[in-house]
Design a protein around this ligand. Structure first.
Ligand SMILES: [Zn+2]
Length: 250
């Protein structure tokens, strides 16, 4: 992907998550690694997801220096979370951090994400947990620990706080964010019903997780293309070359 394609796809992610109402005013953040590896793109602090355009994205080094944009526009928690992961996980090129109420609710449950729906089986034995320790403002105290807790995984519950999903592509990080939300929603609804729950046996859960990966090798790609088509049609745009995310929806 070219730098412009990465910028466009990151803006699509902001737009799609806004459409799905998975944003939180101006406080959560999505980023993507610049091709080549030593910088990343992220939103300007103070923007709603629905407002972010390719022109507004900040370019930040993995050491936290803002190369494009201004320091004032930079959400420090974004730097601590994203840069620490990019520095240590070369396989990760996109990171989404969200505060959806369903994600926060499950993050606060001692049981964590339960294997009670096909949605949640995507994450069976493939999800990490990170204890809450106030705002992620400190590299040592928050960033390093966060990376340790993430370990080999791409998805993590931030206890009492929200979720983190990563991908080797932007559409993979989106796929996890969307299906983690679905899994959390089902869990909240199922627990609220008060009915006894059915847990598939562990070997079935593991098989489902493997089968779903094999079924969709480039995880999320087909959905991503469909969402892009819908977005362009809705906004009467002709394609990525005419990409103008601030065009009024019709
Ligand atoms: Zn947060």
């Amino acid at each position: 992907m070219t730098e412009q394609e990465v910028r466009q796809n990151l803006v699509y992610a902001y737009q799609f998550l806004a459409e799905f109402k998975m944003d939180d005013l101006t406080y959560t953040h999505l980023s993507a690694r610049v091709p080549g590896g030593s910088h990343f793109y992220i939103y300007p602090f103070g923007f709603l997801f629905s407002e972010v355009t390719t022109q507004d994205l900040l370019t930040v080094t993995l050491q936290g220096e803002v190369l494009q944009g201004t320091e004032m526009q930079y959400n420090k928690t974004g730097y601590v979370i994203h840069s620490n992961i990019y520095r240590t996980r070369k396989d990760i090129n996109a990171i989404f951090h969200l505060h959806t109420p369903m994600g926060v609710a499950v993050s606060a449950m001692e049981c964590g994400l339960l294997p009670i729906s096909q949605f949640s089986l995507h994450f069976y034995n493939r999800i990490a947990y990170h204890s809450y320790n106030s705002l992620a403002l400190d590299d040592e105290e928050h960033g390093v620990k966060l990376v340790q807790d993430l370990a080999i995984h791409k998805v993590m519950m931030l206890r009492n706080h929200g979720t983190l999903t990563c991908g080797s592509t932007i559409h993979e990080a989106f796929f996890y964010a969307y299906y983690l939300e679905q899994a959390c929603r089902v869990q909240c609804m199922a627990l609220a019903s008060g009915q006894p729950l059915i847990y598939p046996p562990s070997h079935t859960c593991e098989k489902a997780a493997l089968d779903m990966r094999a079924f969709e090798p480039d995880l999320g790609y087909r959905d991503w293309q469909a969402l892009k088509r819908r977005f362009l049609k809705k906004n009467k745009l002709v394609g990525d070359s005419g990409f103008e995310p601030l065009a009024p929806a019709v």
